[in-house]
Design a protein around this ligand. Structure first.
Ligand code: ADP
Ligand code: ADP
Ligand code: ZN
Length: 217
């Protein structure tokens, strides 16, 4: 299946995408993870992207579109893919359509995780990420077994530099202005599957998998 997962920052896209991708045996492609990796490696793109990310702004379309195009061209995407955090603007959605059209494939569904805005700040400020493997935790909702340490690999957990209260509000505004309109774009194509993200993590996953089962028939 060729899937997109959408929703505001902190909705639980990454948390769910990891599990859904595992279940369906397709690659999980997170543009946020790819950009953070570029920042960590100190590449030219990483240096440029970091300025936007720390301000809660989107990196320019031309930067991210090229990255995603290259990634979708990798052989593992022939089995399908789950795109997380892309597209975020109308030009990105149009570029994705064109890229997929050229290889004759279609998006099967857009999983849209809904979480009320007032819940988001606590989710984002409590988020902790493993520096080594990228696994995501929450100080209250999904604490690691040992404080500050990743359950999977023992790596150090850190707080993303953009996961501050000021930046969150900016990111939510950017989401509402630039990304939310894409739900109309995909809605017109009948692709949007709304999921209640304001439930326990396992229940959200179950709802997503049940919804996808109906599509596959
Ligand atoms: P996104 O990728 O949409 O930005 P994440 O998957 O990183 O969101 O989740 C944001 C934070 O909220 C993380 O700390 C995560 O552990 C926590 N979280 C994710 N899903 C839920 C949920 N259903 N209930 C409570 N907390 C959640
Ligand atoms: P979240 O789900 O918490 O908003 P992500 O990890 O998806 O965070 O993205 C972090 C930051 O990376 C964004 O605020 C933005 O600056 C940048 N970014 C990620 N994906 C894109 C994209 N498709 N277009 C532009 N910027 C992006
Ligand atoms: Zn780890």
């Amino acid at each position: 299946m060729n899937l997109l997962i959408m929703g505001p920052p902190g909705a639980g896209k990454g948390t769910q995408a990891v599990e859904v991708a595992k279940e369906l045996k397709i690659p999980h492609i997170s543009t946020g993870d790819m950009l953070r990796e570029a920042v960590k490696q100190g590449t030219e793109m990483g240096k440029k992207a970091k300025e936007y990310m720390d301000k809660g702004q989107l990196v320019p379309d031309e930067v991210i579109i090229g990255v995603v195009r290259d990634r979708l061209g990798q052989p593992d995407c022939k089995a399908g893919f789950l795109l997380d955090g892309f597209p975020r603007t109308l030009p990105q959605a149009e570029a994705l359509d064109e890229t997929l059209k050229n290889v004759g494939i279609k998006i099967d569904a857009v999983i849209n995780i809904n979480v009320p805005r007032e819940r988001i700040v606590a989710r984002i400020t409590g988020r902790r990420v493993c520096r080594a493997c990228g696994d995501t935790y929450h100080v209250v909702n999904k604490p690691p077994q040992e404080s500050g340490k990743c359950d999977k690999c023992g790596g150090e957990l850190y707080q993303r530099s953009d996961d501050t209260e000021e930046t969150v509000n900016k990111r939510l505004d950017v989401y509402e202005a630039q990304t939310q309109p894409l739900l109309d774009y995909y809605g017109r194509q009948g692709l949007v599957k709304d999921i209640n993200g304001d439930q326990e993590i396992g229940k959200v996953l179950q709802d997503i998998l049940d919804t996808l089962k109906q599509i596959k028939g």
